[in-house]
Design a protein around this ligand. Structure first.
Ligand SMILES: Nc1nc2c(c(=O)[nH]1)N[C@H]1C(S)=C(S)[C@@H](COP(=O)(O)OP(=O)(O)OC[C@H]3O[C@@H](n4cnc5c(=O)[nH]c(N)nc54)[C@H](O)[C@@H]3O)O[C@H]1N2
Ligand SMILES: Nc1nc2c(c(=O)[nH]1)N[C@H]1C(S)=C(S)[C@@H](COP(=O)(O)OP(=O)(O)OC[C@H]3O[C@@H](n4cnc5c(=O)[nH]c(N)nc54)[C@H](O)[C@@H]3O)O[C@H]1N2
Ligand code: SF4
Ligand SMILES: [Mo]
Length: 886
């Protein structure tokens, strides 16, 4: 037998699932013991059906987010370290006392699509089954609620009919309100690969804004924000006019066709703002292509007509019978890794476990008997926006927030912040104790995170995958299911919450799903109800349904739906504009969303230095014409305000947005910026059916922030920012910081010393007061500890060059030269190989590069995860005409 080689490091590889988006990619995480400590590397799992080995930039950088820096290691009570014993006994007793004094509806849980299914199941069982209130809602309310409502209205259940293969088999893919290239990058890559193998495949992108996803599209329809119902109603009437209705399917399997068609025919298509040619091209392609998949996401869901938008899309697929067959169907892509799992366990305030309905007495009886629950609420609980209103006005007196950061991600976020701050008793479970929400809690409970947790998640195509641990829990951090179960026991339900493992929870849940199926529901995973611990550990990715008779596959091709009649519903729908139009005081419409390399409120992705280089500041995308009218130039700072709050953002001039529309990312927090929390500005208008807020259309006013000076700094220590505008981003060995203010400090040197904590450093400064210039280099033991550059205009500087000098023997003369003589690689486009935009543009020009692969060969850019390939393609096409002309 071979002896272990003592010179070789021990390593083990674990198959797990990416904790970010709803694509649900399989990840191989390898843990190696090295002399300097354990090291983790990740790569895509070639055997996982979602990604077949691919990963995007965020997935590829997962190992960089595992540092314990900033992790919460112990519970805290009022900010002081506490034992689990005292924290949990307070949580249980405060919730019990509040319920005794004010009834079950005086308490609430606000949870997350990033919980694992097992965590989610226990949270839902505790609140709905035992506390006896339906006041449990989830951040999926901000995300998937309109899709859930649309599916239920049309199909009788919240069912995604298709699977990812359909995207490769389709001849036409329509992306509606989905920036797939940045938000579901591996699905985008799968589509891009299919299109390149089969160029006849067409892609249409429907988004008021041009995005990275538009680059692959044959047609981009920049419709008026919020006008999707008008567009799909027009499609439905054209389907009818062209004789493309599948009359047999409709006659046998669909109700409501005539009413839907008549409502659609009321001629509202001008609301889309699209030209007759654009409309004709769209309807011709959609109607003329049988294999069409309509993918939709937050441009559809996050709207006061979100549910109607979903049904307008479903109407067209039902009318043509294009549903549930290979290469065709509507496809709602989920955002979070377990958004789908949360919908399945009944995490929303208006749902019960296993797609059963709270309002249905028979369904309630089944669940009550199964759980041996004392009572079950008979009506929906408060949905997220209303829940925080109830926290604000004192109806809810005890709140447990788990795995989500509502002070950043809820609309009217300042109001939510005040509500949480003033609530009698707030518990937050998070991996980090200093998120904007955790900071306001009475008790913060340390949760295990990705790499430490164990359980299951369900992705956008109903595939259940395991997240498996490969790292120990840091400090005393505990799994969310374990903490919830212990609180359940401490509240008096010992037997009902006596779980010892996630496998045990999944078994119980799978058994309940078998009972739900007897009520004619779709979600049936009863084949998992007797999994052993060993089988649970080995569970391969599998699509539900999972029963003795059936494993995975599509729904609805057979025309059997889950409504009482077994027939699908088409709905009569009318266009409604967003709740609040622009007016004289708030003349611009603010659209918000995601950037490629950050995940939500950045608590994890913000830890990976390379992910911070794509876009390092909160910004406002604004059309150059509007900018000129407002006196704004590139890199100025803009103050964006609504009736609810304000933000300060860096101006990014772009003709990707139309005049009158602006776009800002949702990611920045108060930890990382002075005023980048954009949800402070976003109005909390909700869809009347789903309760989902309209995060994409708030009227705002924009003015220039009249800064007197602008600054850029790098520092090995966490800077202590004091300026009207600042934004921090983590580097490999320190921090970078942008800042600006309208008041000039009296003494720049004193200001810099305080900002950058340069005690004991050797300081070198240069100053030109007449020109408003100041520069400082701080060395400690001969190594650059910090550098600062102040100018009267946005600082022009080779930032990535300066960043690399941190911690080196950079010359003290840096303070004079500012590295401005170095070529600036510009914003990072390829995060894997750290290649900047300027480097790419100059290589395209100088080496006459003609393809994305040629850029890869020259610079490596785009050759690893591929997330930047759409941007590389866009840079190429921008350069091509000029090359051709030269
Ligand atoms: N990089 C990254 N990826 C992520 C996430 C992340 O934080 N970062 N989060 C994940 C989550 S939870 C989610 S929910 C998904 C979201 O994924 P997406 O929905 O693709 O992302 P968004 O950027 O929120 O919005 C999509 C697009 O909707 C457009 N839009 C705005 N208004 C309208 C309209 O009225 N009609 C139409 N047709 N379009 C409109 C916007 O311009 C935007 O380009 O991303 C997931 N993936
Ligand atoms: N303006 C605007 N606002 C939006 C959106 C938008 O498009 N525009 N999109 C909305 C959408 S779709 C979504 S999904 C939300 C997302 O918004 P949030 O859910 O608020 O964002 P995250 O940063 O993902 O928050 C997750 C938190 O859980 C912590 N965490 C991570 N893993 C664990 C764990 O295992 N256990 C526990 N207990 N904690 C953990 C993280 O540190 C982090 O603090 O934002 C919504 N808000
Ligand atoms: S596409 Fe990227 S973020 Fe989404 S699951 Fe895959 S690797 Fe993770
Ligand atoms: Mo989401």
């Amino acid at each position: 037998m071979a002896q272990p080689d003592p010179t070789r490091a021990e390593s083990k590889t674990v198959k797990t699932t990416c904790p970010y988006c709803g694509v649900g990619c399989g990840v191989l995480a390898t843990l190696t013991d090295t002399p300097t400590g354990p090291q983790v590397t990740v790569k895509g799992d070639p055997d996982h059906p979602a990604n077949k080995g691919r990963l995007c930039s965020k997935g590829s950088a997962l190992a960089e987010t595992l540092s314990l820096d900033g992790r919460l290691l112990h519970p805290t009570i009022s900010g002081a370290q506490a034992s689990w014993e005292s924290a949990l006994s307070q949580v249980a007793s405060r919730f019990k006392q509040t319920i005794e004094a004010h009834g079950p509806d005086s308490v609430a849980f606000y949870v997350s699509g990033q919980l694992l299914t097992e965590d989610y199941y226990v949270a839902n069982k505790l609140m709905k089954g035992f506390i006896g209130s339906a006041n449990i809602d989830t951040n999926s309310r901000l995300c998937m609620a309109s899709s859930v409502a649309g599916h239920k209205r049309a199909f009788g259940t919240d069912t995604v009919p298709g699977q990812y293969e359909d995207l490769e088999q389709a001849d036409l893919i329509v992306l509606v309100g989905s920036n797939l290239a940045w938000c579901h990058p591996v699905l985008y890559q799968r589509i891009a690969a299919a299109k390149s193998a089969r160029p006849a495949m067409k892609i249409i992108n429907i988004d008021p804004r041009r995005t990275a996803s538009s680059d692959l599209a044959d047609l981009h329809l920049a419709l008026t924000p919020g006008s999707d119902v008008a567009l799909f109603n027009h499609l439905l009437t054209t389907i009818h006019e062209m004789g493309a209705v599948d009359s047999a399917f409709v006659a046998q399997h669909v109700d409501g066709f005539d009413a839907a068609l008549s409502a659609a025919s009321s001629g509202e298509v001008q609301a889309t703002g699209l030209s007759a040619n654009e409309l004709a091209e769209f309807t011709r392609a959609w109607i003329g292509t049988e294999k069409v998949v309509t993918i939709y996401s937050q441009g559809v869901n996050q709207s006061t007509s979100g549910s109607d938008k979903v049904n307008a899309i479903l109407n067209c697929h039902l009318a043509t019978g294009r549903i549930g067959r290979p290469g065709m169907g509507p496809f709602s892509v989920t955002g979070q890794p377990n958004a789908m799992g949360g919908r399945e366990v009944g995490g929303l305030a208006n749902m019960m476990a296993c797609h059963l309905d709270l309002e249905n007495a028979g369904h309630r009886a089944t669940v009550r008997d199964f759980w041996q629950a004392p009572t079950l609420p008979e009506a929906a609980g408060l949905k997220a926006v209303d829940m925080f209103r109830a926290v604000g006005d004192g109806r809810i007196k005890a709140l447990w927030v788990m795995c989500t950061n509502p002070v950043v991600s809820m609309p009217e976020a300042d109001r939510v912040k005040a509500a949480i701050a003033n609530c009698d008793f707030v518990v937050v479970s998070d991996m980090y104790g200093d998120t904007d929400t955790a900071k306001l809690a009475d008790i913060v409970l340390p949760a295990t995170g990705w790499g430490e947790k164990t359980g299951t998640v369900t992705n956008s195509e109903r595939c259940i995958s395991r997240q498996r641990p490969f790292l120990p829990a840091p400090g005393t951090a505990r799994h969310d299911w374990d903490v919830l179960a212990e609180v359940g026991r401490r509240m008096g339900w010992q037997a009902e919450f006596a779980y010892e493992s996630p496998a045990e929870i999944l078994r119980e849940y799978a058994t309940l799903s078998g009972l739900a199926a007897q009520h004619g529901k779709d979600f049936d995973i009863s084949a998992l109800s007797d999994l052993t611990e060993v089988e649970y550990d080995a569970l391969p990715p599998q699509h539900w349904p999972l029963t003795k008779e059936r494993r995975g596959g599509r729904f609805f091709a057979d025309g059997r739906f889950f409504t009482p009649s077994g027939r699908a519903n088409m709905l009569p729908l009318h266009h409604r504009a967003p709740a609040k139009p622009a007016d004289a005081t708030h003349p611009f419409i603010l659209n918000t969303g995601r950037i490629r390399d950050q995940w939500h409120t950045m608590s994890r992705s913000g830890l990976a230095p390379r992910l911070n280089q794509h876009m390092a500041e909160p910004y406002l995308e604004i059309h150059p014409t509007d900018a000129t009218t407002l006196g704004l130039q590139a890199a100025d700072l803009a103050e964006v305000s609504s009736a609810h709050g304000r933000a300060i953002l860096r101006v990014l001039l772009s003709d990707k947005v139309k005049p009158g529309a602006v776009f800002a990312p949702m990611h920045w927090t108060s930890q990382l910026s002075s005023a980048g929390r954009i949800d402070a500005v976003v109005a909390a208008e909700v869809d009347p059916v789903s309760g989902q807020p309209e995060s994409k259309a708030t009227p705002v006013a924009i003015t220039k922030l009249p800064a007197r000076w602008y600054g850029y700094a790098v520092s090995r220590q966490h800077p202590k920012p004091k300026a009207e505008y600042w934004a921090l981003a983590r580097l490999g060995d320190g921090w970078q910081m942008e800042f600006a203010d309208r008041h000039t400090p009296e003494d720049w040197r004193a200001y810099a010393e305080q900002l950058l904590c340069t005690d004991g450093c050797n300081l070198q400064t240069t100053e030109d007061p007449a020109k408003g210039l100041f520069r400082l280099a701080a060395h400690r033991d001969g190594l650059l500890e910090a550098a600062l550059f102040i100018a009267p205009n946005p600082v022009a500087l080779a930032r990535s060059h300066v960043n690399t000098l941190l911690g080196t023997e950079a010359p003290a003369a840096l303070a004079g030269r500012a590295g401005a003589d170095q070529p600036d690689p510009g914003a990072t486009i390829c995060a894997c190989f750290d290649v900047g935009i300027n480097t790419i543009i100059s290589a395209i020009q100088q080496q006459n590069l003609m393809s994305v692969d040629a850029i890869g060969a020259a610079l490596n850019a785009g050759t690893n995860c591929g997330s930047c390939r759409p941007e590389l393609a866009a840079l190429l096409s921008a350069a091509m005409p000029r090359q051709a002309a030269e």
